[in-house]
Design a binder for this molecule. Structure first.
Ligand code: HSE
Length: 307
């Protein structure tokens, strides 16, 4: 195989209570990438469609992560990468991770799969680091493993795959304002009150239990973030109204997707998730902020090979 075309999915990091550790993978929203072997050695970005991103190998997340794998594997060929972006950079649904995870996944396939998903996550984190300023894996892991993931540790990297309840759907609204991940991280407190820590780790534990037991009520009770959301929600206009209205529309819970500005809500059934999209739309339609909404099943497969 000399060429591969893949779908690299968007992802939701944090999942309310699990800052920097929890994430899940979306099914219908994502980028496409074409990666081919070249006789000339090295990594080259040859095409970027849909976003204004750098072509320089040391500046694009897709090539930085590809290079981490390439330098480790030291193959006697090179690779060129075409990126077709559908996930808007800065949306909060894992745009940089889709590029970083996609390139290492594809090159691994072309090399005959010498690396496992954890090793690929490690390479992709190198790319993610240049986009967000730190090596977090909570978007990359769900893109590569699929479904829900928990990053148990980044050094050494340990990723746990969590089960996905069958009827779970997500609704996302992306208000088109800019929230930089680095700034959304900088406003967070370095210390938190013990009572908030207790609430938060009880929510993470119960959310994981809810996924294992298909307990939608417990899942709903666990989707609560007392550590990060109070600070970051101030960067997202109408966040509180969106949260109130989606719950009224039947959502199990809602929160900031990654570092924002997108807001996600989880629902039990596609029908409810579509009603939740209408509730989100009704709030932002009254403002002058442009927005996009998405409804998706949870993607338990992760990155998909298209050809
Ligand atoms: N866990 C990261 C954060 C995700 O919330 O800053 C960034 O997409």
């Amino acid at each position: 195989m000399n060429e591969i075309k893949i779908f690299s999915p968007a992802t939701v990091a944090n999942v309310a209570c699990g800052f920097d550790v929890l994430g899940f993978c979306l099914d219908t929203i994502g980028d496409e990438m074409v990666i081919r072997k070249t006789t000339e050695k090295g990594i080259k970005i040859t095409k970027i469609v849909g976003a204004d991103l750098p072509f320089e190998t040391d500046k694009n997340v897709a090539s930085v992560s590809a290079l981490a794998l390439y330098n480790d594997a030291n193959p006697d060929c090179g690779f060129e990468i075409e990126i077709y972006k559908n996930i808007k950079p800065g949306s909060g649904i894992g745009s940089s991770s889709a590029s970083a995870a996609g390139s290492v996944f594809a090159i691994n396939q072309l090399l005959g799969r010498p690396y496992n998903q954890t090793q690929l996550t490690n390479f992709a984190m190198k790319g993610e680091a240049i986009a967000s300023g730190c090596e977090h894996a909570d978007n990359i892991a769900p893109a590569l493993f699929g479904g829900f993931t928990l990053v148990k540790s980044t050094s050494p990297l340990q990723v746990l795959q969590l089960p996905t309840p069958e009827d779970l759907f997500v609704t996302i609204i992306h208000p088109q304002i800019e929230v930089k991940t680095s700034e959304a991280r900088a406003i967070l407190p370095k210390q938190i009150p013990l009572q908030n820590a207790i609430t938060q780790w009880s929510n993470v534990g119960s959310l994981v239990h809810a996924l294992h037991t298909n307990d939608y009520n417990l899942l709903s009770q666990s989707l609560n973030d007392v550590v990060v959301e109070p600070y970051r929600s101030q960067l997202i206009p109408h966040f509180d109204s969106v949260k109130t209205e989606v719950i009224k529309a039947g959502a199990l819970g809602a929160g900031i997707s990654g570092s924002g500005p997108s807001i996600f809500a989880l629902s039990k059934s596609k029908n409810t998730a579509e009603n939740v999209a209408k509730a989100m739309t009704s709030i932002y339609a009254k403002t002058d902020i442009n927005f996009i909404t998405y409804v998706s099943k949870i993607n338990t497969e992760g990155i998909k090979i298209l050809s």
